[in-house]
Design a binder for this molecule. Structure first.
Ligand code: C2E
Ligand code: MG
Ligand code: MG
Length: 717
């Protein structure tokens, strides 16, 4: 049983009514969810007949949509059984059937059904119809069953029926006349009853029907454009040699079919084809390639760090971005020049883009002579995305990582090719993102490596294999160490040191950052307590907090609990957050930061200058310190631009009463510049790299002699 709940604003307009849908067709479940949820309903889908009664008792629905034909269950019998349940008499039951005959309508009413709808279901009107039925049922319990029955019987009647003889002369109109022709014309023939082409078609069908003694059918259209109406005609040969014509207006059904087709094969957010359609096209392309001896490439495109945008700026911005990306992909792979063969028309037919879900897109390039042509498409995609996107006042650049697999070079099976393109994409990510990689034999090994790392990370967290190293922060004027930054270190038993730039993003992606971050805060508090008891109580420790970690519901509470538990002075603990956090739900973030600061903790913004926020924007946030990002410090002694940026950040921070820390100070010229411009603290290899606690204590003991001496620049990898 699958349950889905509507949560859009329309839910506020309609009361949230519970719909129980019993249907074995999974498509019905999907479509019902797609249409009912946004309209504010709760939808529960049951696919098996035997589970319907239990679901009814559990869900207590406001209405039941019951498929007449389910495997191992008779819809009519189920309807009767529901009616016998304790609440069964009060709920409208709508029978859904592919059958169009009056007999099943009769049976449905005998079984206690309230109403009756035919498949295909008109999804667009379904929510209204359901809401109406529930209301009608509630308000007018006494609504006479016979009235409802007549209504449904009328609905099931065809639009128009007539009888013709074998020569095509209309003998009798039985009901309706879709075209307003009257019975008093002198002689009515098929030619003056139906449109000209259609009459010809009707005569052909009559011949076949007479020859085979079986019913025939054909469709025809009247009018054009929006006014076009579609009709389906069935003709049934009669024992007396005449033909019964049953003409039905199927305009609405055609529209519904088109809509269902769309929902089944297209992604509703971006209007691109979905996986099903893509696989279908891919199958066709591979079949053609086998005939012509050409190649087919699959490009698996994943947006780098898209999750971060979604997490920080919200889903609305994320969705808008995906739509813009889809538009750009669509235009950039259309141009003609990258596929070598064929006419322009054929070329555009050779490229297909689809969205697989999330931030994953796939591009199919068919009819290739040379795999390198696929690389050209990849380059084109990267160029197309290079231009910044703007959404909701934010500007950002989104880069793609692209994996490519080629038929028949890398495989002949569709699933295999998709998996290999996906693996190659992961390899492109591992190799620094914003690039494309072809699948190679070694790729699968690497991909497994990532999986290994993920499970190793999980067990390392479980067994607390991490340590914190501490990098001193030095007063820019006096050279005294007055704080340290705690940086995570992971020594892997076979791979040695693993850089945080590898395992932190992995922990963020997999949600492990929550428990890992808790361990960091705990370790920092334990260290503060130990230092306080050994005369080093003046030291302040800062720890890094990921946005995803901060976003956890109990984050603030758990930090404050840990601070109390270790009885440390809250002023000695500083949380380094990133600018991206400030782009989230602003009010909520301000409230939480305020709670932390009221409790005495300090807040600093790490890597400042790399995000999207301006100093003016910062004014509203309760923070203490800005850490100028290393990328500005790195060249500040050789680049006048970087020097100007650093000077401006320091000056404006002072105006906002914030202290500044410069990260990544490696040479004396950088130190002098920063000190002269009033930067408060300096952190970097010039003084010390991050050290284990014991070594840091040694450094502090020699503190009196601490002079500015360059140390070797070596990063732990
Ligand atoms: P960060 O918070 O900006 O940390 C500063 C990084 O710069 C550290 O890299 C540090 O070793 C490095 N660094 C310091 N001075 C210099 C210098 O003079 N030159 C150069 N080239 N580098 C310098 P590390 O330890 O590899 O950490 C990288 C990032 O990983 C950190 O950047 C932080 O974002 C993240 N990280 C580390 N520990 C944690 C943690 O406990 N939690 C979270 N969420 N993230 C962490
Ligand atoms: Mg930091
Ligand atoms: Mg930093």
């Amino acid at each position: 049983m699958a349950m889905a709940r509507g949560m859009t604003s329309s839910a506020a307009v309609l009361p949230r009514l519970r719909v129980l849908i019993a249907d074995d067709d999974p498509m019905i479940g999907i479509l019902a969810t797609e249409t009912l949820i946004p309209a504010g309903f709760e939808a529960t889908v049951v696919g098996e007949g035997h589970a319907v009664l239990a679901a009814f008792d559990q869900v207590l629905p406001d209405i039941v949509l019951l498929d007449v034909e389910m495997p191992e269950a008779d819809g009519f019998a189920l309807c009767e059984q529901i009616r016998k349940r304790p609440r069964g008499g009060q709920v409208p039951i709508v029978m859904v059937t592919g059958r169009n005959d009056t007999a099943s309508i009769e049976r449905a009413y005998q079984a206690g059904a309230t109403d009756f709808i035919n498949k295909p279901i008109l999804w667009a009107v379904l929510p209204h119809r359901i809401a109406y039925l529930i209301r009608a049922h509630r308000n007018a319990h006494a609504l006479r069953q016979s009235e409802q029955k007549n209504r449904a019987l009328l609905q099931a009647l065809p639009d128009w029926t007539f009888v013709s003889d074998a020569r095509g002369i209309v003998l009798e109109h039985l009901s309706g006349d879709a075209h307003g022709r009257s019975n008093d014309a002198a002689v009515q023939t098929l030619e003056n009853t139906l449109p000209a082409d259609t009459a010809r078609k009707a005569r052909e069908c009559m011949q076949t029907a007479a020859g085979t003694a079986s019913a025939q059918s054909f469709e025809f259209d009247v009018g054009s454009g929006d006014a076009q109406q579609s009709f389906e005609t069935r003709l049934q040969p009669q024992p007396d040699g005449t033909f019964l014509f049953i003409v039905r207006n199927i305009t609405e059904r055609r529209r519904t079919d088109a809509r269902i087709q769309y929902l089944a094969y297209y992604d509703t957010l971006t209007a691109l084809p979905n996986r099903q359609l893509f696989v279908r096209e891919l199958r066709r392309a591979i079949r053609a390639a086998k005939r012509t001896g050409s190649r087919v490439a699959i490009l698996f495109v994943d947006l780098d760090r898209f999750k971060r945008i979604n997490d920080t700026l919200g889903h609305a911005v994320g969705d808008a971005l995906l739509q813009s990306v889809a538009r750009r992909l669509d235009t950039c792979v259309r141009p003609q020049d990258f596929v070598a063969r064929g006419t322009p028309d054929r070329e555009s037919a050779n490229v297909r883009i689809a969205r697989l879900g999330g931030d994953e897109f796939v591009i199919l390039v068919a009819d290739l002579d040379d795999p390198q042509q696929a690389a050209m498409v990849a380059t084109r995609v990267r160029h197309a995305l290079a231009e910044p996107f703007t959404s909701d006042g934010h500007q950002f650049v989104v880069t793609p990582s692209i994996g490519i697999s080629v038929f028949p070079d890398h495989g002949t099976e569709i699933e295999d090719l998709l998996v290999k393109a996906d693996m190659a994409m992961y390899e492109a990510k591992d190799q620094g993102r914003n690039r494309h990689n072809f699948y190679r034999e070694t790729t699968s090994g690497r991909s497994l490596e990532r999986l290994d790392l993920e499970s190793d990370l999980r067990s390392a967290i479980a067994t607390s294999e991490f340590t914190l190293h501490y990098q001193p922060k030095v007063d820019a004027q006096t050279g005294a160490i007055d704080g340290v930054e705690g940086l995570l270190r992971w020594y892997h038993r076979t791979r040695g040191w693993i850089s945080p730039s590898i395992f932190i993003p992995l922990a963020e992606e997999t949600g492990m950052i929550g428990p890992l971050g808790d361990q960091v805060i705990r370790a920092a508090c334990m260290q503060l307590r130990s230092w306080a008891s050994r005369g080093l109580g003046h030291l302040c420790v800062s720890v890094n907090v990921s946005t995803r970690q901060f976003a956890r519901e109990d984050f603030v509470e758990s930090v404050l609990r840990t601070v109390r538990e270790y009885e440390i002075m809250p002023q000695r603990l500083e949380l380094e957050i990133t600018e991206s956090l400030l782009m989230r739900n602003i009010e909520e973030v301000i409230t939480e930061l305020t709670r932390l600061r009221r409790a005495g903790l300090k807040i600093s913004i790490d890597d400042f200058g790399t995000g999207y926020s301006s100093l003016g924007y910062l004014r509203q946030f309760p923070v203490d310190t800005l850490k100028i990002d290393r990328s500005f410090v790195k060249d500040l002694h050789v680049s006048s631009d970087d020097a100007a940026i650093c000077a401006a950040i320091i000056a404006m921070a002072r105006e906002l009463n914030l202290t500044t820390v410069a990260e990544g100070v490696e040479v004396i010229e950088q130190l002098e510049f920063l000190r002269d411009h009033g930067c408060s603290q300096i952190q970097g290899f010039l003084f010390s790299k991050p050290l284990p606690a014991a070594q840091l204590e040694e450094l502090l003991r020699d503190g009196a002699n601490l002079t500015i001496k360059p140390c070797s620049v070596e990063a732990i990898t």
